[in-house]
Write a protein that binds this ligand. Structure first.
Ligand code: SF4
Ligand code: SF4
Length: 343
């Protein structure tokens, strides 16, 4: 039986969770929705609507992170901060977990920092209740409502949310706080289903209007266009800022550097960008991707050729963040269309 929680009781639940977690909620701002640490005065909380501006990876692979001190390798164990509970996470960001998990958790190497954060986190996801012009998740075979990788999912209906649990941890939270929940009525489930159909229709309309190709057409598109002039053409306006990488929920490349701070040696990890010239430069000075268009091609190759070859998934969720962030207005949807059409 699915549950229902009123908005008022959700706030009560967040207060309970804040005892064990650092709770983050999406909040309203003029230029989008941004995560803020939950508190009584954190601003207007927006659970439904669309994805936040920041990608979910910011919590699990922070933009700048201390990974060693005085070259001792045991920092993650010493970290006694509360784990994250991230609320209102959308389906496109949950797909980002698949890519990040493949790189940092489920493959050859297990990253202790990422793993610690992933093991202890709580994800309370939410259905999208509308879409942005740049949303194209359905072209990547995603739905605008979470189907996996959440502990608890909230679907906004009338004055509250239909609640679904996805893990034992989520189930336990509902059981431990049972007085905040009630059984979801049939009319609430139908309202949720109608809402899901409405948003699905809106994104499909986006895809149709903008003629965005479906994932089923992506196989081999990079190899087919490897020598195409489209790379030079698309890269003309690029200013090499790296925003498309840093804002992307699936991009995961990082750089390690050492820094002395208050007499201690620190090793820090920061996000890196494959669009930046020095990204692939080696110690002798040689650079296999000397030209900007080569780096743009590499970005697409990694997402739509290399990653599906090694992991079986495309490293894109259709979240549209790179479209919104690019000052040069380079649009991944248009590049995909050109690649599929071979022009
Ligand atoms: S490549 Fe762009 S649309 Fe795809 S997941 Fe990254 S930011 Fe989102
Ligand atoms: S965001 Fe746009 S301008 Fe910046 S590096 Fe990416 S493609 Fe180039």
């Amino acid at each position: 039986m699915k549950k229902y929680i009123s908005y008022k009781n959700l706030i009560n639940l967040l207060n309970v969770l804040a005892q064990d977690y650092q709770v983050f909620v999406p909040t309203e701002a003029k230029n989008g929705r941004f995560y803020k640490k939950y508190s009584a005065d954190c601003g207007k909380i927006v659970i439904g609507e669309v994805r936040a501006v920041e990608p979910l990876k910011s919590f699990f692979l922070p933009g700048r992170e201390r990974v060693a001190e005085d070259f001792k390798p045991d920092l993650p164990q010493k970290d006694d901060r509360k784990p994250y509970a991230v609320v209102g996470v959308k389906a496109c960001d949950l797909k980002g977990f698949k890519v990040q998990d493949y790189v940092f958790k489920d493959h050859d190497f297990e990253d202790p920092f990422y793993n610690k954060a992933r093991q202890n986190n709580l994800i309370i996801s939410a259905d999208c209740t509308c879409c942005l012009e740049s949303c194209f998740c359905i072209a990547l075979n995603l739905k605008p409502y979470p189907q996996e990788s959440f502990d608890i999912n909230l679907s906004q209906v009338d004055a509250g949310f239909v609640v679904e649990t996805g893990t034992q941890r989520g189930e336990n939270i509902v059981k431990e706080n049972f007085s905040l929940f009630e059984d979801a009525q049939d009319y609430m489930i139908s309202e949720r289903n109608q809402q899901r159909e409405k948003v699905t229709g809106e994104i499909k309309a986006n895809i149709k209007t903008q003629d965005i190709p479906q994932e089923s057409l992506y196989q081999g598109i990079i190899g087919k266009n490897y020598q195409s002039v489209l790379w030079q053409d698309e890269a003309k306006a690029c200013v090499e800022c790296g925003a498309c990488n840093t804002i992307c929920p699936t991009c995961h490349c990082f750089l390690l550097y050492d820094q002395k701070d208050k007499g201690k040696m620190m090793r820090l990890r920061i996000w890196d960008s494959c669009m930046i010239k020095d990204f692939a430069r080696v110690a002798g000075g040689a650079n296999p991707r000397e030209r900007l268009w080569m780096r743009l091609r590499n970005r697409f190759e990694k997402k739509f050729d290399y990653f599906p070859k090694v992991s079986g998934i495309y490293a894109c969720t259709g979240c549209g963040r790179c479209i919104a962030a690019c000052p040069a207005k380079i649009d991944i949807r248009k590049v995909l269309k050109r690649l599929v059409d071979g022009r």
